[in-house]
Write a protein that binds this ligand. Structure first.
Ligand code: IMO
Ligand code: MG
Length: 433
């Protein structure tokens, strides 16, 4: 059985917590899309580990953890992460981490190109500047360099870099970024060395996956990014460059589409976004400030303050169809209660006014109409506090249960998980669902 953990909005929904819950008794855990634009926090022996590439499931000693072919890897970042994890003495780390040789490599010139594109655009995306988009576009253009290539002779790697950077170098030279022009020999030397340091982890992941599927093992896909950031289904062009929805996540992990799979859509009790693009329930002023401060909404990867707004059921409803979400996890149920107490009310977007009609899904054509849907809210008066003794759904304050019922009714998805605090076990699981 595959359990896919996917973000329902614009990322940072707290995917790590439910991923951890499933990884506890899983045999295989995979990262399958994106790169170090993702920032996932994992708690290990009471310490918070910020992870960008290695699946958080690595903290459970029985797991094999795979970085799949759909991921783009900055080797310097990965090596730092490996070193950090080894300092925490994670058991059998070297035996359990597997990196697909087919994953593509992020080079410094990809980060420079990311910077250049953002600088030249009238409407920048607000990327993480980690080189994600340029690496995926080189991959699509078949001039990408794969992790396998780092294991070639240095001269062969140099030739590949030379070929890949002909046009990039012209772009740098013509746009006042001559200092970014690539020296293939130098890069080949450095990245060949990274390859040597990563060699023990680099492998053909297909037999590992085939074996796990044959044994009916528990497999967890730790999604990165989220529905509205998906290159095909998200807010194009204000999105990331990978298919981070469920189908893309399976593809990026070499997981067959006819597997038996359940999809857990991860959400927060309010919504946040970092970077530019439409956000129908976005708030400003003191409401946004209250949500941001109480939810600590600052980027793990870039430390940017996130835009904040109310929970949007229309997007969740669309995620049900496009991502195949079976169950929702609503994180920050404690935080929204405090927000309600401070402001005196909580809003939930249950439908939209869009193009003169009331709809309950996220429209596909807003880049064409230029109209961001207007939320129609249900409003709850007051808020709540959840104390640490609250371990079941029944024990939750009545208003919190009402909040969840509104989400279930308008999203058309059962809420199985509720995040009630920052720790991994601040998680209520509704076994009856
Ligand atoms: P996790 O996995 C939040 C956003 C960026 C930007 C857009 C494109 O932690 O939920 P990119 O660098 O990918 O080209 O930037 O996507 N973005 C994220 N926002 N969480 C993430 O990942 C994100 N990954 C990318 O802010 O708007
Ligand atoms: Mg993030």
């Amino acid at each position: 059985m595959i359990t896919a953990i996917v973000g329902c909005k614009w990322g940072d929904e707290g995917k790590g917590k439910v991923a951890s819950y499933y990884a506890k008794d899983a045999q295989l855990v995979l990262r399958t899309t994106g790169g170090n634009n993702a920032g996932h926090t994992v708690i290990y022996n009471g310490k918070t580990l910020p992870l960008h590439l290695v699946p958080g499931g690595i903290t459970y000693p029985q797991t094999t953890c795979i970085i799949g072919p759909g991921v783009v890897i900055d080797p310097a970042v990965l090596l730092d992460e490996i070193q950090m994890l080894k300092e925490y003495n994670i058991p059998d780390f070297d035996e359990r981490l597997k990196i697909s040789g087919r994953a593509h490599v992020i080079f410094p010139y990809h980060k420079d190109l990311d910077e250049l594109h953002e600088k030249l655009k009238k409407h920048p995306v607000g990327t993480t500047k980690r080189g994600i988009g340029p690496t995926y576009s080189d991959k699509d253009n078949r001039i990408g360099i794969r992790i396998y290539d780092l294991l070639l002779e240095e001269t062969q790697l140099r030739e590949k870099i030379e070929e890949a950077t002909i046009l990039h170098n012209q772009n740098f030279a013509n746009n006042g970024m001559a200092d970014c022009v690539v020296d293939p020999a130098m890069l080949a030397h450095q990245y060949h060395e990274y390859g040597e340091r990563l060699r023990q982890y680099i492998t053909d992941i297909n037999p590992i996956i085939a074996n796990a599927l044959d044994n009916d093992d528990k497999i967890v896909v730790e999604g990165a990014q989220a529905f509205r950031l998906d290159i095909d289904h998200g807010d194009y062009p204000m999105c990331t460059s990978s298919n981070c929805s469920t189908s893309g996540a399976l593809c990026g992990g070499a997981l067959p589409p006819n597997s038996s799979i359940e999809v857990i859509g991860i959400d927060k009790a309010y919504n946040s976004r970092v970077g530019n693009g439409p956000f129908p329930t976005k708030q400003s002023g003191s409401v946004a400030d209250t949500i941001r401060e109480l939810g600590h909404e600052y980027g793990t990867t870039t430390k940017r303050p996130r835009d904040c707004g109310w929970y949007d059921c229309c997007i969740s409803n669309s995620a049900k169809h496009i991502l195949g979400v079976n169950y929702l996890c609503i994180n920050h149920l404690d935080t929204i209660g405090l927000i309600g107490k401070k402001l005196g009310y909580i809003k939930i977007c249950v439908s939209y006014n869009y193009q003169g009609k009331v709809i309950d899904y996220y429209p596909d054509d807003i880049s064409l109409t230029g109209e961001v849907p207007t939320p129609i809210y249900e409003v709850l008066s007051g808020g709540w506090e959840i104390d640490s003794s609250c371990k079941t759904y029944e024990q939750l304050p009545e208003l919190a249960k009402k909040f969840i019922r509104i989400i279930e009714k308008s999203s058309h998805i059962p809420v199985k998980f509720l995040g009630t605090g920052p720790a991994n076990d601040d998680l209520i699981i509704r076994e009856d669902i």
